[in-house]
Design a binder for this molecule. Structure first.
Ligand code: PEP
Ligand code: MN
Length: 343
C-alpha cells in the first residue's frame, strides 16, 4: 500500500502516521517528492486494512501498489531517483536523474602498480567511479579468484589517490562488513542477483549498491531483487543490464538494450549498462555503450586494462585506456543530446 500524505499536513502528523504504521507491525518507507510525500507501507499485504490507515489525520489517500515490486516502483516514487556515492573529501558522485555513472577499471585488482596505472588513465579519460574485483566469481575454481582483503586495500588506496569512489563485488553475506570498510559502493554480481541473504545484508548497510542483472533473470526478477535491498531500508540502488544467456555463440551474452527503457518505465531507480560483460568483445563495446546511452542509460560500466593480454581475468574483453578515452568523448556528446551530464 501507499499512503498519499495531504500537502498541508504537519511534521507531527507525518511522524504520527509513521508511528501508527509501526504499531500495526509494518515498515514505513517515506518518499518525499517535490509536490507530494508518499509513505510506503510494507509487509504482509493480505492482512493490511486500508480503512484504519485512511482515518489517520494527515492521510489523503490509501492506494494499493499493483506491481509485485513496491518500493522500486514508479508508483511509490514518481521522479527518477538520484543515488549518491560518497567521495572522501569531495562532492559525491551522483547517478540517475540526469547524472551519469562512468564506471571503469580492470576486471580484477591484480597489483597496486597495475591498478594505479589504470586508475590514472581512466580518470584522465573521464571515468568518475573506479571498479576492480577483489572477490571474483570465476566459472572455474582453478582460475584466479581475486586478492581478497589485500585487493580491497589496493583498490581503496587507488581510489583515494585518484579522487575516485570505488565499487567492488561482494559475494557472500560474511564479506559485507569487510567490503563496507574499503569500498564506496557494493557490487552484487550477476551470479548472486538472487542470493537473498546477501541482498538483505547489503540492504542493512548504509552504502550504495550496484545490482547486476542475473544471467537468466527477467526484468521483473531484477526489480524484485532490488526490492529486497530497498525493503531493508537501503534505497541507494543502481541497476545494471549486463546481458543475458541466449543461443548466440559469437557474443558472451545477449545485450538486452530494451531492458533500459523497460526498467525506466516501471522503476525510479537508475539503470546503467555493462557492454563489456554483455558482449565480451572490445569491437562491440563502444557501439553498445553508445546505444545504451541513447536508450536512456544512466551510465556505463566498462572494463579497461593497460595490457589486456596479461590480465588475470576477462582480458579479451578489456578496452585499452585510449579506446576508453575515445568512447567517453562519444558518450559526452551523446549525453548532451539526451540531456544528461558526465562529471
Ligand atoms: C564483473 O563485473 O567483473 C562481473 C563478474 O560481472 P557479472 O557479475 O555481470 O558477470
Ligand atoms: Mn569481468
Amino acid at each position: 500500500m501507499i499512503i498519499v500524505v495531504r500537502p498541508d499536513s504537519t511534521h507531527e502528523q507525518i511522524d504520527h502516521i509513521l508511528d501508527r504504521i509501526q504499531e500495526l507491525g509494518y515498515k514505513p518507507h517515506i518518499s518525499r517528492g517535490e509536490l507530494r510525500t508518499i509513505i510506503g507501507v510494507i509487509g504482509d499485504e493480505n492482512k493490511l486494512q486500508a480503512e484504519p490507515l485512511a482515518a489517520i489525520p494527515g492521510v489523503e489517500q490509501v492506494l494499493p501498489i499493483l506491481k509485485a515490486f513496491k518500493l522500486a516502483s514508479r508508483e511509490f516514487h514518481a521522479a527518477d531517483s538520484v543515488v549518491e556515492i560518497p567521495v572522501p573529501g569531495r562532492a559525491p558522485v551522483r547517478v540517475g536523474g540526469g547524472y551519469m555513472a562512468m564506471i571503469a577499471g580492470p576486471c580484477a585488482v591484480e597489483s597496486a602498480e597495475i591498478l594505479d596505472d589504470i586508475a590514472g588513465k581512466v580518470k584522465a579519460a573521464g571515468a568518475n567511479i573506479l571498479r576492480g574485483g577483489a572477490f571474483k566469481p570465476r566459472t572455474s575454481p582453478y582460475s584466479f579468484q581475486g586478492l581478497g582483503e589485500a585487493g580491497l586495500k589496493i583498490l581503496q588506496e587507488a581510489g583515494r589517490k585518484h579522487g575516485l569512489p570505488v565499487v567492488t563485488e561482494v559475494m557472500d553475506p560474511r564479506q559485507v562488513e569487510m567490503v563496507y570498510r574499503h569500498a564506496d559502493m557494493f557490487q552484487i554480481g550477476a551470479r548472486n542477483m538472487q542470493n537473498f541473504d546477501l541482498l538483505r545484508e547489503v540492504g542493512q548497510a548504509r552504502k550504495p549498491v550496484l545490482l547486476k542483472r542475473g544471467l537468466s533473470a527477467t526484468v521483473k526478477d531484477l526489480l524484485m531483487s532490488a526490492e529486497y535491498i530497498l525493503s531493508e531500508g537501503n534505497h541507494q540502488v543502481v541497476l545494471c543490464e549486463r546481458g543475458v544467456r541466449s543461443f548466440e555463440e559469437s557474443t558472451r551474452n545477449m545485450f538486452d538494450l530494451s531492458a533500459i527503457p523497460n526498467v525506466k518505465g516501471q522503476s525510479h531507480l537508475p539503470i546503467i549498462a555493462d557492454p563489456s560483460h554483455a558482449t565480451g568483445r572490445p569491437d562491440l563495446i563502444p557501439a553498445m555503450a553508445r546505444a545504451a546511452v541513447a536508450a536512456g542509460a544512466d551510465g556505463v560500466h566498462i572494463e579497461v586494462h593497460s595490457c589486456p593480454e596479461k590480465a588475470l581475468s576477462d582480458g579479451p574483453q578489456a578496452l585499452l585506456p585510449d579506446q576508453y578515452a575515445s568512447l567517453v568523448g562519444d558518450l559526452r556528446r551523446l549525453a548532451e543530446v539526451v540531456g544528461k551530464y558526465i562529471f
